[in-house]
Design a protein around this ligand. Structure first.
Ligand code: AQP
Length: 331
């Protein structure tokens, strides 16, 4: 089973990214044939950014992935812009298998374009096509993602099917793997919205590299309801989010957390969540500190990953190009 997923080099990855995606990447790395993980720097250029900052954040994200347990000997880890097939296939898919109307329906584009101050780029509109190209270029069977990528993944499947029916079977139509628990970690200050790199407040977002004190402060000031019972339910989005976080972090069910804290008040429960999250992230933070400064080593890992990724993507994209009638005919 071939596994592929991409993550943006936004540097300060948050607890939602960790629980919804990175945790799955690590679990799945031995199930993939191979498991391929891509730091999607081209996607990060679709909103305002600084080039030097992008490079720095790419190393931050790469080091977080390695510190979380990705092992370059057991998976392929590479940088998207090192493989030109991603951009080439984006055009091929956009031109022949992507409906403008489908891109118009994408909620992420609507949300992100609404908050751009200077330029709503065509790249932001094309973001889901680039994501489809990322996935399809590797003959991917399974895509581990958080819930916010459900719509984009569905479109990638639609694009693969359209291309296949027009040009004959070329791409595998991939399945998504969205975790049962922790697929949508919510903003601590606004628990009706997902925890997000670009749309959340600092206080509502726990970053993987946050100091223990900051984590405690953010969890203790998390917005809850006026009740007092530690259980999920209507009007209890804040407490439900904390229950979900604690369940994932402790590796137990949400029911078990509700039973364990049935007699606790919100304050004590929040203290327990904060302590558990601090302990959960501590080993990642320690390993990150060891790895981050050796940029030459990070580059070497990415270069090795790019060579392996290229060997997979090049023939798949060449076959698609040939079927489209582009370039010199393949004998
Ligand atoms: N709140 C979340 N809960 C669970 N999973 C999440 N993911 C994102 N937010 C949550 C998953 O993390 C993976 C990598 O995401 P990304 O950094 O490439 O960008 P994103 O999906 O656009 O989410 P971000 O990081 O919060 O950025 P913005 O602010 O741009 O939306 C994906 O698998 C995603 O599902």
């Amino acid at each position: 089973m071939r596994i592929f997923s991409g993550i943006q080099p936004t540097g300060r990855k948050h607890l939602g990214n960790y629980i919804g995606a990175i945790r799955q990447y690590v679990h799945l790395q031995d199930e993939g044939d191979p498991a391929i993980y891509c730091v999607v720097d081209l996607h990060a250029t679709t909103i305002a950014y600084e080039p030097a900052e992008l490079r720095r954040q790419l190393y931050d994200t790469t080091a977080i992935l390695l510190a979380s347990g990705l092992d370059p000997a057991r998976c392929i880890l590479f940088r998207q812009s090192d493989i030109p097939q991603h951009t080439e296939l984006t055009w091929m898919l956009a031109a022949t298998a992507t409906a403008h109307g489908d891109l118009n329906r994408m909620t992420q584009f609507k949300e992100k374009s609404a908050v751009q101050r200077e330029l709503v780029s065509a790249g932001l509109f094309f973001y889901p096509v680039l994501m489809a190209a990322d996935i399809l270029a590797y003959g991917t069977d399974l895509v581990p993602v958080g819930d916010d990528q459900r719509q984009h993944l569905e479109l990638a499947r639609e694009i693969a099917s359209k291309f296949n029916s027009r040009f004959s079977d070329t791409f595998i139509v991939p399945e998504g793997r969205i975790p049962d628990v922790g697929a949508r970690i919510m903003d601590l200050q606004n628990p009706d919205k997902k925890m997000s790199t670009t749309a959340s407040t600092e206080a509502g977002t726990i970053f993987v590299l946050d100091e223990p004190k900051a984590i405690e402060k953010k969890i203790k000031s998390a917005v809850t309801d006026s009740g007092s019972e530690v259980r999920r339910g209507e009007g209890k989005a804040g407490i439900s989010n904390l229950i979900e976080i604690l369940a994932v972090v402790k590796g137990v069910s949400m029911e078990r957390i509700e039973t364990e804290f049935a007699d606790s008040r919100y304050g004590d429960f929040k203290t327990a969540v904060a302590q558990a999250v601090v302990e959960y992230l501590a080993p990642v933070q320690a390993k990150y500190a060891e790895l981050r400064d050796d940029e030459a080593e990070l580059e070497a890992i990415l270069a090795d990953g790019a060579a392996k990724a290229s060997a997979i993507a090049a023939p798949i994209v060449a076959a698609a190009r040939d079927k489209m009638g582009l370039g010199r005919p393949v004998a």
